[in-house]
Design a protein around this ligand. Structure first.
Ligand code: ADP
Ligand code: ZN
Length: 722
């Protein structure tokens, strides 16, 4: 009798036992179809002895597996990673497993689709639209919908062209292999410092052993070129590589850069992929033919057949922390995956997180430094603008010293970047007459005005309303005022100051797809933009040689609300955005506008003494037993019903354990008291490093019951405290 244990993709269920029917072959990791009540579910065969505490069903009541899916079994290192992630982040194994399976269509047998391409024949009847479509499509091939998009025409135009013989359908396998990147395609000549760093990375890649390493290089030092050498080595060895980037918007420029070096693009993996693309990528990753994968954090859980190198670029970015579902930190899980796989993990950053620096200090991570920019480019000059001494004009936000610097840059034909981490036009709209403020009906948050789209929007839940014409409260005319600036307002100000300058706003509202991001890069590189106004999205990764001026509109913004990482985050953000200035031959300047030039973080930025800043911050964390010296975890209780949320939170609070070295605060209403219509309460756990908080939390929550409408989320190593 062969009994096997299966984890299904249903997060509400624990591991289940099934009978393996005679003649069916399955092993740990095999993806299977299993009966569940009247339905069928997908699951993965798990190792014997895992999850020993699950209830077992008597042999006579076992149901038989229905089939084994014809894809490679999930490899053992991935199964260990799934167990570790579920355990560490207090998440259901099924929820983690879902990130590994990630494409149900990938589990279906070989399939093909009909794609279309130009035949080279002229259509029987031509029209300007048809000609435009054919011109733009050129040699490209795709589904009707995709060609319509490329051609800038409707689907009907493409179908008309098919009927007329100018475009034809071809059957393509959905699993066309990806072209192999060529390590010898276009290697670059590295500087002596870069060579030394690259040699070490290549050596580690050859070694194929777990080895975490911090590649700590100033902005523009060539970290990417350096780790590309390790990527090349992994390709030569026939191993797979995954490169994690913090934002989808960055993948597009990265693909191009990679193709220049290796002749072909890597395989992209992110939430923006179409279903057929996901399927193709997943299958190629699982059978080992996808050599290099670049993607957002979700690429970390894919079933690589023979992973040989993991790279986390911009490793300090907080967007690697997932804030819903399984609340994991991709940087930390990446290191753990390297450990399970037995391969090196490279964390690249110009502003490594204190947690990462601490691992270096403990000797657990190796560190390689690149202290100088490549090619003689110098670090930009940093200039403080004291907003109390030289304030901007009334109702404006760009102070005179920065205005003057922008003028000079424009005169020289150079580009400027204004940084303000606020989307939209104004963060708050109020009625001057009665004081009414526009609030989101679903969240404890103000509605943010977006003039470009004539709307008010909530940045927490996405609720939008048309821009109001009058106050809904007192109906006074012309009484609404926008309070404070967002990037759109700064763009208006820049346009008023420099009417002939060409501006571009860069936020997640304007760069919402990889294609938009690519267009932006083309425009800036091609010199079609003079002034960029952007949020944190523009602080990362971009390399624009003619950009010589950076203006930080409000350096104090990130310090408001002050969670434990506020200063560090401000420091990182401003160093990163400064790093966009003067990357080419022309030197750069950075103007930092602040009301608090004496705040330690601003002093550090202005003096360039980052070592001292980090030493003080780290010491502060040590004294407070904050991470990395102690641990935090949060329990977030939410319900659509306010009373029920409170009751559940208090029931959990009343059951809190007393453990030496652990303090438990709350429950208390969350600062973001209502989010997406759910009332929220938080409990914060602060523990000494050596304490097993996960087991403590699981035991604690295991004793308490709450209504089905209540959600209880555990956030281990939280980054958000709202
Ligand atoms: P970082 O990631 O450290 O900010 P990048 O790898 O983006 O730096 O390099 C900055 C710029 O310098 C890029 O345009 C890169 O192509 C160029 N660069 C760096 N090193 C070299 C090199 N050895 N040869 C040619 N170009 C280089
Ligand atoms: Zn909202």
């Amino acid at each position: 009798m062969s009994r096997i244990r299966v984890i299904t993709l249903n997060a509400a269920l624990g591991p289940l036992d099934y009978r393996l029917p005679h003649g069916m072959i399955a092993q740990p990791g095999s993806i299977v179809v299993a009966p569940l009540g009247p339905r069928q579910v997908i699951g993965v065969v798990w190792d014997d002895g895992s999850f020993p505490d699950t209830e077992t069903v008597g042999d006579n009541r076992l149901r038989s597996l229905l089939s084994v899916v014809d894809v490679p079994p999930l490899p053992a290192p991935l199964r260990r990673l799934i167990e570790w992630t579920a355990d560490y982040y207090c998440a259901p194994p099924a929820a983690v497993l879902r990130m590994a399976i990630a494409s149900v269509s990938a589990l279906e047998g070989a399939r093909s689709v009909i794609e279309y391409r130009a035949t080279g024949r002229d259509p029987l009847r031509n029209t300007p639209k048809r000609q435009q479509a054919l011109d733009r499509i050129g040699e490209r091939q795709g589904l009707v919908r995709e060609l319509a998009m490329i051609g800038g025409v409707s689907d009907a135009v493409i179908r008309g062209l098919v009927k007329d013989g100018a475009i034809e359908g071809v059957e393509v396998s959905m699993d066309t292999p990806f072209a192999d990147p060529d390590p010898a395609f276009a290697p670059v000549d590295l500087s002596p410092e870069q060579t030394a760093a690259a040699d070490r990375l290549v050596e580690l890649t050859r070694g194929q052993a777990f080895h975490p390493l911090l590649l700590d290089g100033v902005t523009g030092s060539g970290k990417t070129e350096v780790y590309f050498e390790a990527v090349a080595e992994a390709i030569r060895m026939g191993r797979q590589v995954v490169v994690l980037l913090p934002e989808i918007a960055l993948t597009e420029p990265f693909l191009g850069r990679f193709a220049k070096r290796f002749g072909h693009e890597p395989v992209a993996w992110h939430s923006g992929l179409r279903q057929t693309e996901r399927r193709r990528a997943w299958r190629a990753i699982a059978n080992g033919t996808a050599r290099v994968v670049v993607g957002a954090r979700s690429a970390l859980f894919l079933p690589y057949a023979n992973l040989g190198l993991i790279i986390v670029d911009e490793a300090h970015e907080t967007s690697f922390k997932q804030e819903d579902g399984v609340r994991y930190h991709a940087r930390d899980v990446a290191v753990m995956r390297g450990k399970m796989e037995g391969c090196p993990v490279i964390l690249a950053s110009a502003t490594p997180a204190i947690e990462t620096r601490h691992q270096v200090a403990l000797g657990r991570y190796e560190e390689i430094k690149l202290p100088a920019r490549y090619g003689g480019a110098v670090m930009p000059e940093i200039i403080g603008v004291n907003l109390i001494e030289t304030p901007p004009e009334r109702g404006r936000w760009i102070a005179p010293p920065l205005v003057k610097a922008m003028e000079e840059a424009l005169e020289r034909g150079e580009q400027s970047l204004l940084f303000l981490n606020r989307r939209g036009y104004a963060p708050l709209t109020l009625c001057r007459h009665c004081g009414h403020r526009f609030q989101c009906p679903n969240c404890t948050a103000w509605m943010v005005e977006h003039r470009l789209t004539h709307r008010l929007a909530c940045h927490h839940c996405g609720h939008v309303t048309p821009a109001p014409k009058e106050c809904p409260e007192c109906h006074a005319d012309d009484s609404l005022v926008a309070c404070g600036p967002g990037v759109e307002r700064i763009a208006d100000e820049a346009a008023a100051l420099f009417p002939t300058a060409r501006t571009a706003i860069v936020t997640s509202d304007t760069l919402w797809s990889p294609a938009k991001a690519a267009e932006f890069v083309r425009d800036v590189t091609g010199g079609a933009i003079d002034i960029i106004i952007g949020t944190q999205l523009v602080t990362k990764g971009y390399h624009f040689p003619n950009l010589t001026l950076v203006g930080v509109i409000d350096a104090d913004l990130g310090l408001e609300g002050g969670d434990l990482r506020a200063s560090e985050r401000t420091f990182q953000q401003i160093v990163q955005v400064s790093g966009r200035a003067g990357r080419g031959e022309k030197p750069g300047r950075v103007f930092i506008q602040t009301h608090m030039p004496d705040a330690p973080v601003l002093k550090a930025l202005l003096s360039g003494d980052s070592a001292r800043f980090y030493a003080t911050e780290t010491e502060g964390r040590r004294i407070a037993h904050a991470p990395p010296f102690g641990r935090f975890a949060a329990i977030i209780v939410s319900d659509v019903d306010a009373q029920e949320a409170k009751n559940s939170a208090h029931r959990i609070g009343n059951a809190k354990p007393t453990v030496d070295g652990v303090e438990i605060y709350g429950p208390a209403p969350a600062p973001l008291a209502v989010l997406r219509g759910r009332h929220r309460h938080r409990i914060l756990i602060h523990a000494r490093r050596q304490i097993d908080v996960q087991t403590m939390i699981r035991d604690w929550l295991g004793q308490v019951e709450w209504k089905a409408s209540t959600r209880v989320a555990v956030d281990v190593d939280p980054y958000s405290f709202v």
